[in-house]
Write a new protein. Sequence first.
Length: 287
Amino acid sequence: MKNLIKKHLLLTTIIVAIIVCNIPVIAQTANKQLTLRYKFPEDRSVTYKQTSKIMQTMDIEGQQMQNEINSLFGCSVKSAGGSGPDLALEVRVDTIAQSVESPMGASGGGVSGISGKIFKMVITPLGKETDITGAANVVFDVPSSGSTNLSSNMIDFFPDLPAGTVSQGYKWSATDSLNTGSGAVSMRLLTNSENLIEGIEKVNGYDCVKITSSISGTQTIKTVAQDMNIKISGPYTGTYTLYFSPEEGYFIKSFVETKLKGTMLITEMDMKMPVQMNSSTVTELVE
């Protein structure tokens, strides 16, 4: 019994010593000054998987109708060298799929003939996409949705980073606008965000800077379905979390959730109805 007690006390002492010894290290890491910049490797590809889900609820003359849209996009990214002060990237498409479940039934599925397609694009070291013409030239057909291209997938794929040197507790505000259109769908997005560097966290084995954001703005979506012009618009709010590896030079994971409450206008039917869209998207590194 005495030996057991001694062993327990020794183990407890070791654990306490480890905790105490690590306190200065944690504090030093928390106060560390960092500059966050993209720098994808040239000798290997970084592979991502992005999954998105949209729950759309419409009120039609007092009756609710719900649609669920699930999307999958996978790609591999590596550096294609410099492009002035910016970064040229080579992107290979791995997979694309989209499915829709509605009161009318289920439709959609995987996109054939897209896997292995390669294109180039340019981003700034802070993640702003400056040239996505290569993505726009990759055209494909989505089951039950018609022809489109990859510009809408890549125009906001890389999360924006804060300029200058940052550390834990750093806050900044940002505004952004996004206009994208491919095939029968176009979207305009105006976003305001309040951002915070939370600190350093280990994610999938990488030391990552965790950035959280509170976002708000307005969204307008225009599309054509069954020869009818449809417009969805309204204000939205949401949250965003990003894990970026300063050492590797790319993001490890991001997660965004938004809620839009607005209206849907169908021009040909002179119909206007309330609509709510709850969206979530996860993009993460695939090992």
